[in-house]
Design a protein around this ligand. Sequence first.
Ligand code: AMP
Length: 190
Amino acid sequence: MLNIVLFGPPGAGKGTQSQKLIEKYNLKHISTGDLFRKHLSEGTELGKTAQQYMDAGKLVPDAVVIGMVEDTVAQKGPHQGFIFDGFPRTVAQAETLDQLMENFNMKINGMVALEVPVEVLKERIRERGKTSGRTDDQDEAKINTRIKVYLDETLPVAKYYEQQGKFAKVNGVGSINEIFDNICQEIEKF
Ligand code: AMP
């Protein structure tokens, strides 16, 4: 079993790298942002609850996120572990994830953080907004809020894993394959 947290600010390339990692290591991808967008498009109650927060670029309350992740982890499959993308985003979520893993007799092997300068992030998000259809990628104020929320509320999650000796960082600027190779090198040390 290999359970990885892929960490980084919005626009760091977590989604792109996750797609390559799930193939290489046969992992199940749990992207809370993607799960919320699926709920939104299906018009579920959970989607309606999440929408107001997502529209504002703010975090959806922990209890809502955690319940959704728990349901997804509980679904069995042929995979060899999980890659968490965009989760955990608060220390409370990280603590609950550890508990959840323990309940399923699993553990988080480590976190890989993608490091990208803020100006590059903003440019990437604006570019993605041209094709993603995501309203939160198309509005400068929302982009700024998301980056601020990352710095204020999410960055402490890196420390949480660092204190457990489960943290590695990778330069998130470069070619997709180069970044991917560097992530794999770190994963193989976990
Ligand atoms: P993302 O696709 O990861 O950028 O997420 C899009 C939006 O979904 C975020 O701006 C939040 O509103 C919400 N979201 C996604 N993951 C989480 C999470 N782990 N905790 C709280 N809110 C989240």
